[in-house]
Design a protein around this ligand. Structure first.
Ligand SMILES: [Zn+2]
Length: 205
């Protein structure tokens, strides 16, 4: 059986990581960037915090603490979730087209807020521990994602960011081989093959 494109973590359904970079995995919490079959994995603040923890952007203890804080302040959690959705779109724009000055400027603004409390951890190039002004600052997950995105966008590898052309997809990933076209051959690649085959069969006399 084909692999699902989601995983269950802590009882929450999250997208399976396929992007090759944590900032891009946030983008992939939404599918249907082409305007069709939209679906959003960021159902609650818990999803956002757990995803940041899963991707090693926040320590596990901090994720639990943020989730408790979010349950105490549902309105602030809803606002933080909305901000994360904005950051998600900003990251997608800047990563897919770093020559788009407006998109990069929007990411720069998001990074500034993340930088107020960043803590560098020597020896952990793949981890960003963003310490908010308060440890319960609900924007910490989106700050961590923005910080990770700033790292990606300022590296030459950003030229390898591609978006999946699958119908109702638009997931992004780092094309390290130079030949990757789909988020996953098993999902969008196969569906496209099946559609192309059906179209050929229909046009036969
Ligand atoms: Zn796809």
């Amino acid at each position: 059986m084909a692999e699902q494109h989601w995983v269950e973590v802590d009882g929450l359904v999250l997208p399976r990581p396929v992007a090759g970079h944590p900032a891009l995995e946030l983008v992939n919490t939404f599918s249907g960037w082409d305007g069709s079959h939209a679906s959003d994995y960021l159902a609650t603040y818990d999803h956002l915090a757990v995803l940041a923890g899963e991707l090693d952007l926040l320590p596990a203890g901090d994720v639990q603490r943020l989730r408790r804080a979010a349950h105490r302040q549902p309105e602030a959690a809803a606002a933080a979730l909305e901000r994360a959705c904005t950051v998600r779109a900003v990251i997608r724009g800047a990563a897919l087209d770093p020559s788009d000055g407006e998109a990069v400027a929007a990411l720069t603004v998001a990074t500034r807020s993340a930088a107020t409390g960043v803590q560098l951890v020597p020896g952990h190039p793949a981890r960003w521990h963003v310490q908010g002004i308060s440890p319960d600052d609900l924007d910490r997950p989106s700050d961590a994602f923005a910080w990770a995105a700033a790292d990606l966008v300022t590296r030459p590898e950003v030229a390898r960011v591609r978006s999946c052309p699958g119908l109702g997809c638009g997931w992004v990933f780092l094309d390290t081989s130079g030949r990757r076209r789909w988020c996953s051959m098993q999902w969008c690649g196969n569906r496209a093959k099946v559609r192309a085959h059906a179209a050929r069969t229909r046009t036969r006399p």
